[in-house]
Design a protein around this ligand. Structure first.
Ligand code: IFM
Length: 454
């Protein structure tokens, strides 16, 4: 079966990873600006100060998106660019940047999908307790209002948060991401609780400020389990494991998704974290549980599970020598079949794949091209798996490749290249990789060419 009519063929990026212009036009500092200045926090001491210089080169970048034929572009908005101190004074120049970007996208025929928070939290708010402060939910809602009042006449697809599992877990527990804290579970879960409250208050703010009907979603990490075989027992074991909270890490689905999509923290998580729970006030779960229009899933790989004794889920180790990305992430294409299938089954919302992609060691070759066959193969296999999910009845509305261009990969600096477009960080020259030319054909054919390769 073909991809559905109107399927959005897109690509994604995030503000801190591409914009640069870290101190221009009134932008305030974010926790990432702070972390990048700490010795050894980021590979080779790199920062996002310049990154891809997209702030100045956005028109060229949108031109390349048009050339590829993207139907959608998922970008994020930098909170401290819009509100330098995080609350209070709104910076008109910051908002103007996103307004120009949106106009450029629309005139190129590329639908904007905006994410309000992709980790660049305002440093000034961190100094006021950051996400530990319960007021953070209201700060976020005020910021959402300012953005939607400016862009809501043209942007109809919004996402509140990107991957809270990372911003909370890597940022406040493991200390590998900004703000670099290594806190205990009571603080980490309090940060998580306020983040989810911010989501809920943010959704209300978006809908209140939008001058037209808009679609609002949430883009968590999709932690995917793949059944070892098609037996009912293995499928059930994978499903059970995918929606379980087993260990004290943030790497699970339900702690983050159940409050948002079902209005309750999962029972197993409540038991596991019994001694660490944050204060949960009356009405908090109702606030988190706002009606949403879509489920955004960021999926890169999955873990294989089989039914052990009595159906108990057991991890099946990856085959020796499995394909690995440059980042050493295993290549497991079935994650884009089982992930959307299980998420749709549980949360009953249309799905967008809001991120999927791979890093590879790309450079400009002697012939001037950038040859990245691994990315083409990775993406083709994942899209074919996604197509099987669609054929099987899962309501999937679009796919956003991560990433439109090479960018600042957080603590890894610019070492990991995820882009369809190669960026030379010395000259800022952009080169369409082979994968961009290939993806362009996929977009134009609505994926039909892919299906013929099977
Ligand atoms: O670059 C990140 C992105 O910011 C969030 N999701 C995963 C990507 C690859 O690591």
């Amino acid at each position: 079966m073909a991809f559905p009519e109107g399927f959005v063929w897109g690509a994604a990026a995030a503000s801190y990873q591409i914009e640069g212009a870290a101190r221009e036009d009134g932008k305030g500092p974010s926790v990432w600006d702070m972390l990048c200045r700490k010795p050894d926090a980021v590979w080779e001491g790199q920062t996002g100060d310049v990154a891809c210089d997209h702030y100045h080169r956005y028109a060229e970048d949108v031109g390349l998106m048009k050339r590829i034929g993207l139907g959608g572009y998922r970008f994020s908005i930098s909170w401290p660019r819009v509100i330098p101190d995080g609350t209070g004074h709104v910076n008109p120049k910051g908002l103007d940047f996103y307004s120009r970007l949106v106009d450029e996208l629309l005139s190129a025929g590329v639908e904007p999908f905006a994410t309000l928070f992709h980790w660049d939290f305002p440093y000034e708010l961190y100094c006021r307790g950051g996400w530990l402060n319960r007021d953070s939910a209201g700060w976020f809602a005020d910021y959402a209002t300012a953005v939607v009042e400016k862009l809501g006449d043209r942007v109809t697809h919004w996402m509140t948060l990107n991957e809270p599992q990372c911003s909370v877990g890597l940022g406040h527990h493991e200390g590998r991401h900004a703000p670099g804290d290594k806190w205990n579970w009571p603080e980490v879960l309090r940060v998580g609780h306020h983040t989810l409250l911010a989501h809920g208050q943010g959704v209300r703010a978006i809908r209140a400020a939008s001058p037209q009907t808009c679609r609002v979603g949430f883009a968590p990490v999709g932690v995917v389990r793949i059944p070892a075989t098609d037996s009912e027992a293995d499928i059930q074991a994978a499903r059970t494991d995918m929606f379980a909270v087993r260990d004290k890490t943030t790497w699970n689905n339900t702690w983050w998704m159940d409050p948002v999509f079902r209005g309750a923290y999962p029972e197993d998580g409540l038991a596991l974290y019994a001694d660490d729970l944050p204060p949960i006030e009356d009405g908090d779960l109702e606030t988190m549980h706002q009606p949403l229009d879509f489920f955004g899933a960021n999926i890169y790989n999955g873990t294989t599970i089989r039914a052990g004794e009595g159906g108990t889920p057991e991890v099946v180790p990856n085959p020796t020598g499995i394909g690995l990305s440059a980042y050493k992430w295993p290549v497991t294409p079935d994650c884009l079949y089982w992930g959307p299938r299980f998420f749709h089954e549980r949360y009953r919302l249309p799905v967008y794949i809001t991120e999927n992609g791979t890093s590879s060691n790309d450079w400009v070759a002697i012939d001037g091209g950038v040859h990245d066959p691994a990315r083409i193969d990775y993406t083709a296999r994942h899209l074919l798996a996604l197509n099987r999910a669609i054929t099987g009845g899962v309501d999937i509305r679009g796919y956003f490749h991560w990433s439109i261009m090479d960018n600042f990969e957080w603590a890894e600096g610019v070492k990991e290249r995820f882009g369809l477009i190669h960026v030379d960080y010395v000259t800022q020259k952009r080169t369409l990789k082979d994968s961009a030319l290939w993806y362009s054909e996929v977009c134009a054919a609505n994926g039909e060419n892919l299906l013929k390769t099977q």
